[in-house]
Design a protein around this ligand. Structure first.
Ligand code: ADP
Ligand code: MG
Length: 716
């Protein structure tokens, strides 16, 4: 039924073209009967334009607090440009989320009437859409943080707006401190604006030398809040029922629903559409419900559809991740449905790994979500949890990311910026010593730091790459193993959404097709094979469709590869001969590629459990670092291969059991050779593992234990 799929895609594409036409049409007046200029002037922030500019002129730092939708993100950058700040440098505005950066840049480009990438552009990881004319640049906070590596003074910029600061991502938190330093050194030529939707303003102001706080009054209407009487057992089901209930029984007004991620959103959309089609048949008077998903991995043409007004007589429901909480405002929402959950990146110190977990939202988030219903008129919010849960169980605020995530990448960057004394770094909220120490340990055993806690040559190179240290180590080592092309291609494939396309009704066929690519050495090489097959087929779309491969992911991977190679070129060029990372291929000696991955991922190593029949089931592996029981995923190329003893994996995914995701067979001798800080040769060729404490003994030796984390104090 590939034809059907192609047909669907064709329909989708046609629809995209239609929407594009439509939105262009609307932005010239049909939609709201207001010209762009009138629309801009109708936003609450416009009332404060003069005062706001004055505050920025007179102060190095300004904190701005305003309701979501008041025009902070789209307008302030334009005011600054109109006021002449663009003549002194670029006006940057950071966003915690990629989708927000793209969406806002497109909107502002529309308003200024230019192409995205011209006067108004955006930069996100692996995608730079700016040009020599760019005056207003939206970017992820992570990208600006990376720029500080080469230019700590931020000399290209005249104003930097740290938007959505209340989200407290690690990158924003680090930028707080870096910008404070840069402003002090730039003596009045760099302005910093910090915006926030909630009322963290006192804390922000105090941190930025008691700077002024500027309030923008928003227009809001009262929102009536309903709670469920008892806790919901299945919040997806409850959400679906509530959407249909609201649609069938309530007057006009669009609906906004908050779910946690792509899969949930897609399931929910499908079910609503199914259920509605039954309702339409049974009752011809029921109005049409337009169901629109929004999540970050969605193509941007589809994303912009959520802003289009529902045609008369129809209602739209937007089903979103928490991106619609503060970063994106959709007009016309009168009903909000809030199941009360969010997906966050959390660090599990027990397993030393990051994972995405679904957790209850905070009170601040609940209030923010319900507020979304009261922008156009008096609204209603359905909270799918009890009032008691809201009052007694929810935490007040979301914990800053820096307090709950792995810091190794961040610390590597700080070290590369010359900030060795992590202790003295001006964190707004300082991470606890344990997590700092853990990160230093990880960097030490990866040989990014030496025994004094200072950056090694390898570490310095690693810091240039926007990826977790295990990956950047693999990449750097690939040059020694002569397999950099292979490793770059695999990394590219690992950094995009899943390339395997498994339509619900054709899982078996899709899995069979996938098996033909399986490499008996594991999933990393399988990914490489797929990339190369696609390349050999002229990057063909048909080839993807025929093989159940997601073409969009493949194109993204191709782009990541291009960006990585560009980054390497820049690095080689800028180093004036000091760095010479020459790209090469290992041809068919793929062991080299696996060795490179061992040198980065040796901590993610597991061994087949041998005590058959006892307590362990068949097929269980034990991680070497924590003795955790883990399994090869059924989708892995290694799933049915007999005799696999040692493996490394990319991540662990917890579903009903702990699965290794992207698993590759290795020779244990490689562990001894390429990870000598952790593994040694024991008796009779056995693999010996140094105790955690022993591995970092050199670090402890230098300092007394209680003060061990002061090793970050070293200087060079
Ligand atoms: P804030 O940053 O204060 O939350 P924004 O500047 O993001 O506010 O939004 C201001 C207004 O611009 C909102 O009312 C929103 O409807 C409109 N807007 C923003 N992005 C788009 C878009 N892509 N398409 C249509 N309207 C948009
Ligand atoms: Mg905003």
């Amino acid at each position: 039924n590939l034809e059907k799929q192609q047909e669907n895609e064709a329909i989708e594409e046609k629809a995209v073209i239609e929407w594009k036409k439509q939105s262009k049409f609307e932005s010239y007046g049909i939609k709201s009967k207001l010209s762009i200029q009138e629309q801009r002037e109708s936003l609450p922030v416009y009332q404060s334009r003069g005062e706001l500019l004055k505050a920025v002129r007179e102060n190095d730092f300004v904190v701005i607090v305003g309701e979501t939708g008041s025009g902070k993100t789209t307008q302030i950058t334009q005011y600054l440009a109109e006021d002449g700040f663009a003549n002194r440098g670029i006006i940057a505005c950071t966003q915690p989320r990629r989708v927000a950066a793209i969406s806002v840049a497109k909107r502002v480009a529309d308003e200024v009437n230019c192409k995205v990438g011209d006067e108004v552009g955006y930069t996100i990881r692996f995608e730079d859409c700016t040009g020599p004319n760019t005056k207003i640049k939206y970017m992820t906070d992570g990208m600006l943080e990376r720029e500080a590596l080469v230019d700590p003074l931020m000399s290209r910029y005249s104003v930097i707006m740290l938007d959505e600061a209340h989200e407290r991502t690690i990158a924003t938190d680090i930028l707080f401190a870096l910008l404070k330093d840069a402003v002090a050194k730039r003596k009045g030529t760099l302005k910093v604006i910090v915006t926030s939707a909630t009322l963290d303003s006192t804390k922000f102001s105090q941190y930025f030398n008691n700077c002024p706080v500027f309030h923008i009054k928003g227009r809001t209407f009262p929102v009536k809040i309903y709670y469920t009487k008892t806790p919901e057992l299945d919040y997806i089901e409850a959400t679906i029922d509530t959407v249909i209930d609201v649609h069938v029984n309530n007057p006009d007004g669009d609906i906004l629903v908050f779910l946690t991620g792509r899969e949930e959103i897609e399931t929910c959309c499908e079910t609503i559409i199914e259920k509605m089609s039954i309702l339409y048949k049974s009752d011809p008077n029921i109005k049409e419900l337009i169901v629109l998903p929004i999540y970050s991995a969605m193509p941007s043409e589809m994303q912009s559809r959520i802003f289009d007004k529902a045609p008369p007589g129809k209602r739209k429901v937007v089903i979103a991740t928490n991106i619609a909480e503060t970063s994106i405002t959709i007009d016309g929402i009168l009903y909000v449905i809030d199941p009360g959950f969010v997906k966050v990146n959390a660090y599990d110190p027990k397993r030393s790994m990051d994972s995405l977990i679904i957790q209850p939202i905070s009170k601040a988030q609940a209030d923010q979500r319900s507020g979304r219903a009261g922008r156009t008129g008096p609204g209603v919010c359905y909270r799918l949890y009890t009032k008691n849960a809201y009052l007694k169980e929810m935490s007040l605020n979301t914990k800053p990311e820096i307090l709950r995530q792995n810091l190794s990448h961040t610390i590597l960057m700080l070290k590369a910026m010359g900030i060795n004394d992590i202790l003295k770094f001006q964190f707004m909220d300082k991470p606890n010593e344990d997590s700092i120490l853990k990160a230093l340990e990880e960097l030490y055993i990866l040989e990014a730091l030496d025994e004094d806690g200072l950056l090694t040559e390898v570490g310095r190179l690693m810091a240039h790459f926007p990826m977790e240290p295990k990956l950047s180590k693999t990449l750097i080592k690939s040059f020694e193993f002569g397999c950099s092309y292979e490793v770059i291609e695999i990394i590219s494939m690992l950094s995009v959404p899943d390339v395997f396309f498994r339509p619900r009704d054709k899982r078996e066929l899709a899995d069979k097709m996938k098996q033909r690519f399986d490499d008996y050495n594991g999933d990393h090489l399988t990914l490489l094979k797929i990339y190369r097959k696609w390349e050999n087929n002229g990057f063909s779309k048909d080839w993807c469709t025929d093989n159940f491969i997601n073409e969009k992911s493949m194109r993204k991977a191709k782009n990541v590869k291009k960006q990585l190679i560009k980054l390497l070129d820049t690095l080689n060029g800028k180093s004036k001969g000091k760095i010479n990372l020459v790209l090469s291929s290992c041809d068919n000696k793929f062991d080299q590629t696996r060795k490179a991955f061992v040198s980065g991922f040796f901590e993610n190593c597991a061994k087949k459990s041998t005590n058959h029949g006892r307590n362990d089931e068949d097929g269980v592996f034990k991680t070497l670092s924590d003795n955790l029981s883990v399994y090869i995923h059924p989708s892995s190329a290694l799933f049915k291969i007999p005799g696999v003893e040692y493996v490394i994996y990319h991540t662990l995914v917890l579903t009903n059991r702990e699965y290794m995701h992207y698993t590759t067979k290795i020779d244990p001798v490689w562990l001894i050779e390429y990870a000598s800080k952790v593994f040694r040769r024991a008796n009779e060729g056995e693999l010996g593992i140094n105790k955690k404490r022993e591995r970092i003994q050199p670090l402890y030796n230098k300092f007394d234990t209680n003060e061990s984390w002061r090793l970050s104090r070293g200087r060079r």
